[in-house]
Design a protein around this ligand. Structure first.
Ligand code: NAD
Ligand code: MG
Length: 395
């Protein structure tokens, strides 16, 4: 590898949980990877630190004010990082001809445009930003087919499924796949009394038993909307029918997902719950590189448990299935309503148990339309957000 030129990587959302893990893996392989761009919305001081260490060509922030702040922080540096801001800056560093690999690790719908820009520019796209795929499903997949970009899943479950499938995999049918078993830990409230759930706090919801993650996805894990979004993500990524995907609760998060074959074989990908494994896998695929993650000690682990999900406790699982069945703009509506409801919960303005109630109400009142292009996706997203805010106000 040392004789080849380093691959140029843009890390979108570099200050987040996935972004920091990505930089940790990249730093282990300086001959193999060079950082082209780093981006963040807040935490400008942290972004400045990352710029000093990784010396990217570009840094992108959300606002002009943020750009001025970063410029000030880097004023004394000899490195000449060019500072951009806003969605245009993100799209530029995602599609720049000099870039080989884009890590899409912005959280939520804000990541849609830059992720699509990377796909349209035919990059190798490492997809952590599941919301972008869920909301834009058919538009996203058409862009992928058109551009020939390579999409590699970072979500640990989808990365595991990818690893358990033959590559390339033209179709599940041809590969002899009967079913995909999507595992989920059940989050921090798997065994909490249902009658207590209305008063759990944001900090309790964000205290995931196995994974350390950003706050939005942590709440999604607590409601199991994360598994709902991942169910839609899996249908899209692997061209699977909804009935081919079964959610299995596995509290230890050691088995990251499984693929069941026609001959009775069940293949599982296992490892310690650390996102650097799927990140390193996707970065180097089809090669394997060191990720910094310790090997799994099965004897110390002792046992692995599996159980069926409790649909009464986790209505978000049902809502995601309904959105997938409805098709068109329904997953975009589900995602937008969820983002608004989770934000309200994190701000202490909504009870945990009202998150699914808000989403369900928005889904009931939204008209399902076909997603003809990015405009249709953004309109559905925008309308659902307005509707969700109205539902919140009426509560
Ligand atoms: P995070 O909140 O820790 O980080 C989000 C990053 O996106 C930050 O760098 C932030 O500055 C940036 N960002 C947020 N809003 C933005 C905006 N409006 N414009 C531009 N940048 C913005 O989140 P995370 O846990 O790293 O998750 C990132 C994505 O990866 C999410 O889509 C999540 O579902 C997915 N994911 C995360 C994990 C995990 O272990 N953390 C696992 C699987 C999938
Ligand atoms: Mg996941």
């Amino acid at each position: 590898m040392q004789s080849q030129a380093a691959q140029s990587v843009s890390v979108l959302g570099s200050t987040g949980s996935i972004g920091v893990s990505t930089l940790d893996v990249l730093a282990r392989h300086p001959q193999r990877y060079a950082v082209h761009a780093l981006t963040a919305r807040g935490r400008i001081a942290e972004l400045a630190q990352q710029c000093r260490r990784f010396k990217p060509r570009f840094a992108v922030v959300a606002t002009e004010k943020g750009a001025a702040e970063l410029r000030q922080l880097l004023a004394d540096e000899s490195s000449s990082v060019e500072i951009l801001w806003g969605s245009e800056g993100l799209c530029q560093v995602a599609s720049d001809p000099q870039v080989d690999v884009v890590m899409a690790a912005i959280v939520g719908a804000a990541g849609l445009r830059p992720t699509l820009a990377a796909v349209e520019a035919g990059k190798k796209v490492l997809l952590a930003n599941k919301e972008a795929l869920v909301m834009a499903g058919p538009v996203f997949m058409r862009a992928l087919a058109r551009s020939g970009a390579r999409l590699l899943p970072i979500d640990s479950e989808h990365n595991a499924i990818f690893q358990c499938l033959p590559q390339p995999c033209a179709s599940l049918e041809e590969a002899g796949v009967e079913k995909i078993l999507l595992t989920g830990s059940g989050g921090p409230f798997r065994t909490r009394a249902v009658s207590d759930l209305h008063r759990v706090t944001p900090d309790e919801a964000c205290a995931h038993p196995n994974w350390s993650m950003g706050r939005k996805i942590s709440v999604d894990s607590a409601t199991m909307m994360n598994k709902g979004l991942e169910f839609i993500e899996a249908c899209l990524l692997f061209n699977a029918r909804p009935e081919q995907i079964e959610v299995v609760v596995h509290p230890q998060s050691i088995v990251h997902s499984m693929v069941q074959y026609r001959d009775g074989s069940l293949l599982a990908q296992m490892g310690n719950p650390d996102m650097r494994t799927p990140i390193a896998h996707a970065l180097a695929f089809p090669e394997r590189i060191d990720s910094g993650v310790a090997a799994l000690d099965l004897i110390a682990q002792g046992r692995l448990d599996f159980e069926a999900p409790d649909i009464q406790r986790f209505p978000c699982l049902r809502l995601a299935r309904e959105a997938m069945d409805a098709g068109g703009s329904a997953p975009a509506v589900l995602n937008a309503a969820n983002e608004v409801a989770v934000e309200a919960f994190l701000e202490g303005k909504l009870a945990f148990t009202s998150i699914p109630a808000v989403i369900e109400q928005v889904m009931k009142s939204a008209q399902v339309v076909e997603l003809t292009g990015l405009d249709a996706v953004e309109t559905a997203d925008c309308n659902a957000r307005l509707q969700a805010r109205q539902v919140l106000e009426a509560l």
